[in-house]
Design a protein. Structure first.
Length: 478
């Protein structure tokens, strides 16, 4: 067996020596990519199994660390990656169905890690996870694996308490003089930090855009983190133009200019009355009345000349997706949803904590709450109710394989100029790249709902080829 593997290695080496990618046609390039990926996947599965075999052969204290160090040295990877490989190999020994799929080249190393991790928590979920690996993206597979592990957790509240007890923040400088920060804790706490940083980063972006500056979104998010820290440590520090949250007039697109045509942009979150001073209490009829002004702090100058730090007004929103039965029961069962969008499953106690805090803005979507399908109106932009429903239905771009979640744009399957109405069941969420391609090149999603293929105009599945060349009517009119 080992001699045969050696001959295969020599054959691949000989092929690689004469391989010239520029000489391939596009069809040949796709075929080579598929075969090379399958070989890589098979080799990754065998590597994990062999690593686990080496580690299990030595039962002396510290043997796993020694095996991981040897694997890291042989494969040119880190010690942490080597430990992960050994863990996957050990799980494969107890998961024959997953091992068979891995040896057939059907699972990439990241997919293999996600599947084995979920199956280890719940062996009955093996078919579901393998199906998700075959038909979904890696991000969707990881989300499904996280749901499986959360449902199998015997005491999620205890686990949440353990994570909180181990929360940490670290900062260090590497050999190149670059500073780093790292934080670990419960997902709902990290989500609040992320939402605040990204909301302020949008304001910084718009202010920089007016001066002609162009930097990456990660750079603006770093600047937002620094500004949040400065605002917390310098209460009398007057806000700069980039801190006030002002944006360019008439600009509805959070990053990089106007949206393509037929587009409504889902913002980072709705405007929040709480960012304005003085604070107000909202009555049942929708009116507001100011509360009593806060007492001046010690040291305030007479006449109120002291500069008070004002809240920046960054638009932030956390979207909780909860099954109503689970919410009423107090815990979810297998198949029920209780998660923080973009972060994964959370215990029900985290849901109640976030709802009780109400800061930043939290939207809770209940799967058995108010019916929203089929709601239509005669304006182009979706209502706030429809946008919230779309955020629940389509947390990422509707194009299969695209996992973009930021700044999705609402697209009308039937152009609003033709139908002159907006209904939930004819709306999709597309990222900017795919929405621009639809608008400018005529690409479109195939008929259906949710994640589906995005095809060129000449593809037979394109909606223009159905119903005698006419665009399909919405389901509400069929």
């Amino acid at each position: 067996m080992c001699e045969q593997l050696g001959r295969i290695r020599q054959a691949i080496a000989a092929y690689s020596d004469v391989f010239e990618a520029p000489l391939l046609t596009m069809a040949e390039a796709r075929m080579v990519l598929r075969d090379v990926s399958a070989i890589e996947h098979m080799a990754g599965a065998m590597k994990a199994m062999v690593a686990a075999r080496i580690c299990c052969a030595d039962q002396r204290p510290g043997s796993q660390r020694l095996a991981a160090e040897q694997l890291a040295e042989l494969t040119g990877t880190t010690l942490g990656a080597a430990n992960d490989t050994i863990a996957v190999g050990r799980r494969l020994q107890e998961q024959p169905e997953v091992a068979a799929a891995a040896k057939a080249g059907e699972l990439s190393p990241p997919q293999l890690t996600a599947v084995t991790d979920g199956v280890a928590a719940n062996p009955d979920a093996v078919s579901r996870l393998l199906d998700k690996a075959a038909n979904g993206s890696l991000a969707e597979l990881r989300d499904e694996s996280a749901r499986v592990k959360a449902a199998a957790q015997p005491d999620p509240d205890r686990r949440r308490a353990e994570i909180r007890a181990g929360r940490n923040f670290r900062s260090w400088t590497d050999a190149g003089g670059v500073g780093h920060v790292s934080a670990a804790g419960n997902v709902e706490d990290i989500a609040q930090i992320t939402a605040a940083v990204r909301g302020l980063a949008d304001s910084i972006f718009h202010a920089a855009r007016l001066t002609g500056e162009r930097e990456s979104s990660q750079a603006y998010e770093f600047d937002a983190l620094v500004q949040l820290a400065m605002a917390a440590s310098s209460p009398t520090h007057p806000p700069s133009p980039t801190e006030t949250g002002d944006t360019a007039p008439g600009n509805d697109s959070p990053r990089g200019g106007p949206s393509p045509t037929q587009s409504d942009s889902i913002p980072a979150g709705p405007a929040d009355d709480r960012v304005r001073a003085p604070k107000s209490t909202r009555t049942e009829g929708g009116s507001s009345s100011p509360t009593s002004a806060p007492s001046p702090a010690p040291g305030d100058a007479p006449g109120g000349n002291r500069k008070r730090r004002q809240r920046r007004g960054a638009q932030v929103k956390l979207l909780l997706r909860v099954d109503l039965d689970a919410f009423l029961r107090g815990y979810p069962l297998d198949g029920e949803m209780c998660e923080l969008d973009g972060c994964g499953p959370v215990p029900m106690a985290a849901v109640h904590d976030l709802l009780s805090k109400g800061d930043p803005l939290v939207a809770a979507i209940l799967t058995r709450g108010k019916t929203v399908f089929g709601v239509a109106h005669l304006r182009r932009q979706a209502t706030a109710h429809q946008k919230t429903a779309l955020e629940w239905l389509y947390p990422s771009c509707n194009v299969r394989g695209c996992n973009c979640r930021a700044h999705l744009e609402i697209d009308h399957r039937i152009d609003w100029a033709h139908g002159r109405y907006t209904a939930l069941d004819i709306l999709d969420c597309l990222c900017r790249f795919h929405h621009a391609r639809k608008t400018r090149e005529g690409w479109a999603l195939v008929e259906g709902a949710g994640k589906r293929a995005f095809v060129a105009p000449d593809d037979p599945r394109h909606p223009r080829h159905h119903q005698g060349g006419r665009k399909p009517a919405p389901r509400s009119e069929r």
